[in-house]
Design a binder for this molecule. Structure first.
Ligand code: XMP
Length: 524
């Protein structure tokens, strides 16, 4: 069965910052959905996509603006349930005969409480059931304009102090429109609303990782035929899951190249190579190019220059090894769904931007190969679930992210082998501490950075003059923003003592309490 044989839900994107969260909530319900920008959705698209339900996202526009974004009117003639969220509600009312007004004094941003109207609504099953009256439900509002008159056929099912039409619906046509954002965490019962919506639409919830695995394998076989595929394996979760999946599909037609730039963590290269070679029996070239990378990085301390040198060498080395095996027809990449979602641009008309993959960018054009990207439809946590489904060890799947340029960007200033060795040891002790205290899975990413400064200390009766290091640990959802992790003083004290006692070369430990923004997670 291919994804086209699953029931499909279409999310029409009007540019909200949180549209991806709608897809997340639906995927959690095992519903297959795709996000498409409003300006890519026309009648022909709708007929081809054949959605079983449609969701209209929020967005920053006003229905009063010239050229205000709209879905095709056909959306309302497909006979499928439609849910409008925030701007989606306004555009729905506007198109179906209701009225929207400018938000003078009625704008609402942040937490609000919705209370029910008299009649029950299928979409709200399981809502408003608090034991202590008054029944009300917390939701998250973020709107300037608001609906002032609902469209014919609609009725009100929930109100908030500033949104008399917080929840409206025409149950006969299965049209639903809400002013708030059920997709965000601050609407705690939002998931229930989506659950009810997909139930109303008749989704079977058959989008499982087991099904995905079978379909992805069939698609890879169909795409590749008897061609040769090459994959840059970094040891990270995405490329590892992609490699194992492709290997399961086409076996020996796949060759992986692990470019070891000498900037990996302690024992990492051996672990990755032995896991894939021995456990998965996957054809893997271990390209130990640490002399080349570290040689070219000698004397370089500018962060961007470091990144450029590493990126350029990576491509060079990968190409060299690809040639050595006689070339390949396809390049496998672990591109994820968030990387391929087209974002809507309001200022520049229907232009779209697609992020390019950072680690292997430039390779496909240079090497004239077609791409195999079996994770293009998945979010990060779905990739992890697929990895578990494929039998990758959960400890491997749950590892913190590690950047392509490796320890180079955790060693501000000049990179030397001595500093890298000290850094690897200190990092290992720090991570060991975090694991021992059971904190590893609470933290998005933790690492040590070795600082380009030596400081004076006293150990025993002697003077020391060694490096200072910084511990970093952050919580984050997607790496775009982050908070520093609030370790206890006991933990920090114990860890500092261990690092200084166990790692020659470090005599001072600091804890980095910068959030992102204004800082970044990595030091360079
Ligand atoms: P920053 O430092 O930008 O990092 O706050 C955000 C997340 O991205 C990772 N990162 C990278 N990952 N190649 C990668 O594959 C890179 O060049 C790169 N730079 C940063 C970083 O570790 C964090 O998870």
């Amino acid at each position: 069965m291919s994804t086209t044989e699953h029931d499909r839900l279409l999310i029409i994107d009007f540019g909200s910052q949180v549209t991806q969260l709608i897809a997340r909530r639906l995927r959690e319900l095992h519903v297959y959905c795709e996000i498409h920008p409003f300006n890519a959705v026309d009648d022909a698209f709708l007929h081809a996509f054949a959605p079983k339900a449609v969701i209209l996202s929020g967005g920053p526009a006003s229905v009063f603006a010239d050229g205000a974004p709209k879905p095709p009117a056909l959306v309302f003639d497909l006979g499928v349930p439609v849910l409008g969220i925030c701007y989606g509600q306004q555009v729905m009312m506007h198109m179906l005969g209701g009225k929207v007004e400018r938000g003078h004094g009625t704008a609402e941003f942040g937490r609000a409480f919705v209370t029910p109207a008299a009649d029950p609504l299928d979409l709200l099953a399981g809502w408003f059931d608090a034991a202590t009256p008054p029944a009300r439900e917390q939701v998250w509002m973020s709107h300037g304009d608001h609906v002032s008159q609902i469209a014919p056929g609609f009725a009100v099912y929930g109100t908030s102090p500033n949104a008399p039409f917080a929840i409206t619906a025409d149950p006969a046509r299965r049209f639903y429109a809400v002013q708030f954002h059920p997709e965000v965490h601050h609407s705690p019962k939002g998931p229930k609303l989506f659950e009810n919506f997909v139930k109303i639409a008749g989704f079977k919830g058959d989008w499982t990782m087991g099904a995905y695995r079978e379909e992805a394998i069939a698609r890879i076989r169909a795409q590749v035929g008897d061609g040769k595929v090459i994959c840059a394996l970094s040891g990270g979760v995405d490329s590892s899951v992609a490699a194992v999946l492709i290997h399961e599909a086409i076996g020996e037609q796949l060759t992986c190249v692990y470019v070891d730039h000498g900037l990996m963590r302690k024992n990492e290269s051996q672990e990755v190579v032995s896991m894939f070679r021995e456990h998965y029996n996957l054809p893997l070239i271990h390209a130990d190019e640490s002399d080349l990378f570290l040689g070219r990085l000698e004397g370089v301390s500018d962060p961007e220059t470091k990144r450029k040198i590493i990126g350029g060498l990576f491509i060079e080395v990968f190409e060299k090894h690809a040639k050595a095996i006689g070339g390949a027809d396809f390049l496998a990449q672990g591109t994820l769904y968030p990387d391929v979602i087209e974002s809507v641009s309001f200022s520049g008309g229907p232009s779209v931007t697609i992020k390019s993959h950072h680690n292997v960018g430039g390779l496909p054009e240079r090497m004239n190969m077609q791409l195999v990207e079996p994770l293009r439809e998945l979010f990060k946590d779905e990739v992890r679930a697929l990895g578990v489904e494929l039998g990758l060890p959960p400890s491997f799947i749950g590892r913190h992210p590690f950047p392509g340029p490796g320890l180079a960007i955790r060693c501000p200033g000049e990179i030397t082998r001595e500093k890298l060795d000290i850094l690897r040891e200190a990092d290992a002790v720090y991570i060991d501490q975090i694991r021992k205290h059971g904190l590893y899975d609470e933290i998005w990413q933790a690492f040590v950075a070795i600082l380009p400064v030596r400081t004076v200390g006293v150990m025993g009766d002697g003077r020391t003059y060694d490096f200072a290091c910084a511990l970093r640990a952050v919580t984050s959802v997607d790496g775009m923003t982050a908070d520093y992790y609030p370790f206890t003083h006991e933990f920090l004290g114990e860890t500092a003592t261990r690092i200084i006692n166990e790692i020659p070369g470090i005599n001072r430990v600091t804890y980095d309490i910068t959030s992102k923004p204004p800082g970044t997670i990595e030091w360079e």
